[in-house]
Ligand binder design. Structure first.
Ligand code: ASP
Length: 424
């Protein structure tokens, strides 16, 4: 594994190789159809499994090191406050953009979705209420949580374990820190190996399978709804977040985008901020230039709780369903939609289609339920994959902006000072 030189030709850089793999995947999917998708599908599955394999140990070692190096007390409290403040600010902005778009474009008014073929819902866990969400965060059995990749519970345990570790006497603390730091470095090395050797072919297979099985039709139907969401996500990605980056962090958004190209293509092709997390961590540390202390704290938590793209989607999606049903939502109900969308985006797992599943939390909150609603959500599933790909990019990019802003506010130097070479 070697870092690509700054002056390397464009096609030698990993993010371009992945982008080319994506384009080839689309072409192969169109030409080869379902048969090709079935043939190469296992490679995509293997790639996702390899990424998922490293998530739990990476997150645990990363947070324990991050928290323990911050230490208990004022330092940790300050970092925590800034991080949560940023998550709340950007997710709320995303919700507002979603509401504005759906109220302006009104894609659901007069839409006839009866003819659209519905698809089966994936079975994912849904958080029932805000109280359940809080109860879910504290694990009953941490080994069980790790075995089920229950990220909020793992994050909670890692934070309190890190705090406890930081209060130990120097002999025990240094010994344990050595183990966690070594484990963390090994996981980062493993991530690099997977990205370097498997990512391009894995991405090719994922895209070929998607296009091969659903055809380009999945990108075409439910056009106005998809267009409205795409426009909202684009505003948040290219206007709101860059403005926040510039105004609050004093960071050049173009440099940040260029340093984050690798996680962006990875998020787009995997539709999972969880699976992208190892790549995000590497890029934010090595290319954006954020310290271990801040990135290890902000990013794993962000991948799970800070989902701007998902929050925007929940708001706009629920309003769309209300429009299709001919239900007029007043200001107070729209406020309730924003509030529950924020909670739903926190509760959504960092995996493909999670956003579509937790939409039922928001629908319940405003009493928009019943078989017709389920039918419309099923139809939305038909175009969900490409939208999911895009909202995952927004989710991941918001996390990296947060890490850069918090690092800058902590007095760190050299954040996004230059476009740094792609590490492969
Ligand atoms: N796929 C998204 C993510 O992993 C979640 C969603 O479905 O909105 O970030």
């Amino acid at each position: 594994m070697s870092a690509t030189r700054a002056g390397a030709k464009w096609h030698q850089q990993l993010h371009w190789r992945i982008a080319i793999a994506m384009a080839l995947g689309v072409i192969s999917g169109v030409v080869g159809g379902e048969a090709l998708g079935e043939t190469v599908g296992w490679i995509g599955t293997l790639f996702i499994k390899l990424l998922k394999m490293i998530i739990v140990p990476l997150v645990v070692t990363s947070i324990v090191c991050g928290v323990a190096s911050v230490g208990a007390g004022a330092g940790l409290g300050r970092l925590f406050g800034k991080t949560l403040g940023y998550y709340f600010l950007t997710s709320a902005c995303a919700c507002i953009v979603g509401l504005l778009m759906v109220n302006l474009i009104k894609p659901g008014v007069d839409a006839n979705l009866v003819a659209v073929e519905t698809e089966e819902m994936p079975e994912l866990e849904v958080v029932d209420s805000p109280v359940d969400l809080i109860l879910d965060i504290v694990p009953e059995n941490v080994v069980d949580s790790a075995a089920n990749t229950d990220m909020l519970a793992i994050i909670f345990f890692s934070i309190v374990f890190g705090v406890s570790l930081s209060t130990l006497g120097s002999e025990h603390r240094n010994r344990l820190m050595g183990v966690f730091e070594g484990g963390f470095e090994a996981m980062m090395r493993l991530t690099g190996g997977i990205i370097h050797f498997v990512a391009p072919v894995g991405v090719f297979a994922l895209i070929a399978k998607l296009v091969g099985s659903t055809g380009l039709e999945s990108f075409r139907s439910l056009g106005l709804y998809a267009l409205m969401l795409t426009a909202g996500l684009t505003i948040h990605l290219f206007l709101t977040l860059p403005l926040i980056l510039r105004l609050i962090g004093g960071i050049n958004p173009v440099t940040h985008f260029r340093n984050m190209l690798q996680p962006i293509v990875m998020a787009f092709s995997t539709s999972s901020s969880g699976a992208t997390l190892p790549v995000t961590l590497r890029a934010v540390k090595k290319q954006v230039g954020v310290s271990d202390r801040v990135s290890s704290f902000v990013l794993p938590m962000g991948a799970t709780v800070n989902m701007d793209g998902t929050a925007l989607y929940e708001c706009a999606g629920v309003m769309f369903i209300a429009q299709v049903m001919g239900v007029e939502l007043g200001f107070e109900q729209q406020l309730l939609v924003v509030f529950t969308a924020l909670l739903a985006s926190i509760g959504a797992a960092a995996v493909p289609s999670a956003g579509l599943v937790v939409i039922f939390i928001v629908l319940e909150a405003i009493n928009l339920t019943g078989p017709q609603v389920e039918l419309i959500v099923g139809a939305m599933l038909a175009v969900d994959r490409p939208l999911d790909m895009y909202r995952t990019v927004v989710n991941v990019f918001s996390d990296s902006c947060g890490a850069a802003i918090v690092a800058k506010s902590e007095g760190e130097q050299g954040i996004d000072e230059a476009v740094r070479p792609t590490i492969s």
